[in-house]
Ligand binder design. Sequence first.
Ligand SMILES: Cc1cc2nc3c(=O)[nH]c(=O)nc-3n(C[C@H](O)[C@H](O)[C@H](O)COP(=O)(O)OP(=O)(O)OC[C@H]3O[C@@H](n4cnc5c(N)ncnc54)[C@H](O)[C@@H]3O)c2cc1C
Length: 391
Amino acid sequence: MIDFTLSERDRAQLERTRAAALICRKYARYHDENEGDFPPDELPEAAEFYANQTPLPDASDDDTAPPVMMALQSIGQFWGDYSVRLKRTGGGGLGNAALSAAGTPEQQEKWQHLVLSMAITEPGCGSDPSRVSTTAVLDGDEWVLNGEKIFVTTGIRAEGVVLWATIDKSAGRAGIKSFLVEKGTPGFEVPHKEKKLGIRADDTACYVFKDCRIPRENLLGLDETIPKKSSGGFRGVMKTFNMTRPMTAAMGLGLAKAALDFTRDELEKAGVELEYGSALGAQSAVAERFMRLEALYEASELTTLQCTWMAGQGLPNNMESSVCKAHAGSAVRAITQGCVELLGPMGISREHLLEKWMRDCRITDIYEGTGEIQRLIIARGLFDYTRADLK
Ligand SMILES: Cc1cc2nc3c(=O)[nH]c(=O)nc-3n(C[C@H](O)[C@H](O)[C@H](O)COP(=O)(O)OP(=O)(O)OC[C@H]3O[C@@H](n4cnc5c(N)ncnc54)[C@H](O)[C@@H]3O)c2cc1C
């Protein structure tokens, strides 16, 4: 049976996450308005915060499984701000997750300490990654890379990238491999940074590869001489998404929770009574609408936790990761927009963060596969449709 009861240690950990998130929130507006000025690796309050921490209770058998805790901590962290962190440690980019999923133990040891972005999307390839047209051609002991990548999250801050390129266009998906390219490699340029609607404290860049040469061993996974079994191939790296999709859902849920908490406080200050336990029909129209948003949040959070719980049990969660991502993608938009509407002018004022949370959460339904693409994956999982059936 799934049980999300938190142990004493879990609760202490989440309280710590929330306390750190509140500090980060103080910097949220600054980074939203100064898009080019990225958060420092350590906020001024970080040292004092960590020095004043009491030790966590000892680990016990009752502790929540690590993937579930990761999701809960993401919700707590993003409740503070989408991108600002008290202290940034080590990797943490999407490329790091790809390296964990597809790299050999030697490759992981060599590069996991770097911040790694992940570059799949190209001007002509987004939802259908099998259309990647960046090429990798073996020349002696080196791969020669040519192509363009767009919308690379953390593209500026990253120290390297996990890059998708094809070694044989005629082979379709089987020809697509992932490569580790370190910043500073000749032929690897970062010509452009995006200006965005939301998540502005996170940089998003464009990459160009012009006759960029990397060592042969930078192909992730096994060697390319047995391409179909290479874990760095299409299937190997797609596995990354089974964990990153619920985390993306959790990130959006953190914002939605922040919006709900703010709105609840403001409604209560305005004298709106939320009578939990009474029927929805017995509530005022405002209270009823707000409670429906809360219910939507709970459904989405539970769907996400179920998916991470399955990961913790070693159960296949490909379809569930799409279910929670698709659900959260639309739920967090409905929740934040609903909160903005409930609070009227206060909802869109830059005096408060609610309008920013509404902008920030839009990404939940775009990257890591749009809502429409998640629904295609779900349909395949539920009804045994093939990729060709749903083209
Ligand atoms: C801020 C930001 C950060 C990003 N970070 C990264 C990153 O780090 N790395 C990376 O590789 N990419 C990243 N992306 C790219 C993101 O993954 C793509 O934008 C996304 O996959 C959609 O691709 P696209 O923009 O090319 O849209 P398209 O694929 O052109 O789709 C356009 C619309 O058509 C819909 N659609 C497409 N195909 C179908 C279909 N078969 N059935 C029904 N509807 C369909 C889509 O849902 C969408 O609404 C980022 C994007 C943004 C905005």
